[in-house]
Design a protein around this ligand. Structure first.
Ligand SMILES: O=C[C@H](O)COP(=O)(O)O
Length: 236
């Protein structure tokens, strides 16, 4: 059974998010789809959405706090209002653009783990590391597990090579296979692939051994494409 997740990043409004979620929910209900489906809207579009049990709305980010003085951040008081219990942690845009360190990420992970959140934890190497070969790549990836309890029961991993994110350049099946096999050998958790997954290649990618689903940005933002992505993987 595939896990299919859409990360809206900084896209969609409250209104278009609600329409998107409603449409996906209707499709899942009508077609009796069993895949596990996630949507991560912007913080401003979070709300209480009544969805099918296999359709979960999560937050792209939150600070390791209930509330307090953390300008620009949200905490569990805001998430609880909408019964949100799922969070993305370690996304490469937060690491590389927003400057989140491994220490901060591990702190956040521990906080949300202790509250029982489902965590989609992202890892992945930049191009200059990939170019140094698989050993260096794995070394880099394993450093992103420092301070992370990989035995946590509500953990899903997402391997997202930085050079493949939003570039249109998907990792080759061999790249994906090699990294996924190596990670799975160490950590036996559901492992998604992310990085230029598209309607056309999602099925092939999800059929690679040790790929349990996909975390998708750009190609998931049109609701008809996201539904097609779920459709293309519903029997895997
Ligand atoms: O969270 C999603 C990933 O960053 C992938 O983004 P992308 O599908 O636009 O490459």
């Amino acid at each position: 059974m595939s896990i299919i997740a859409s990360n809206f990043k900084t896209n969609h409004t409250r209104k278009s998010t609600a329409l998107f979620i409603n449409e996906v929910n209707e499709y899942l209900k009508k077609e009796n789809i069993l895949s596990e489906v996630y949507v991560f809207p912007t913080a401003t579009s979070l709300d209480f959405f009544e969805t099918e049990a296999n359709f979960i709305v999560g937050t792209q980010n939150a600070y390791a706090t209930a509330s307090g003085s953390f300008t620009g951040e949200i905490g569990t008081v805001q998430l609880d209002e909408f019964e949100i219990k799922t969070i993305l942690i370690g996304h490469s845009e937060r690491r590389h653009i927003l400057g989140e360190t491994q220490d901060l990420i591990a702190q956040k992970y521990e906080f949300y783990k202790n509250l029982g959140y489902k965590i989609i934890y992202c890892i992945g190497e930049p191009l200059e590391v990939k170019n140094q070969g698989i050993e260096k790549t794995l070394e880099y990836i394993y450093e992103q597990f420092v301070g992370i309890d990989t035995n946590y029961e509500n953990l899903i991993l997402a391997y997202e090579p930085v050079w493949a994110i939003g570039t249109g350049v998907t990792a080759t099946n061999d790249d994906i296979k090699n990294v996924h096999n190596a990670i799975k050998e160490k950590i036996n958790k559901p492992l998604l692939y992310g990085g230029s997954v598209k309607v056309e290649n999602v099925r092939e990618i999800c059929q690679i051994p040790n790929v349990d689903g996909a975390l998708i940005g750009t190609a998931s933002w049109k609701v008809e494409d996201f539904i097609q992505i779920i459709e293309n993987t519903k029997d895997l």
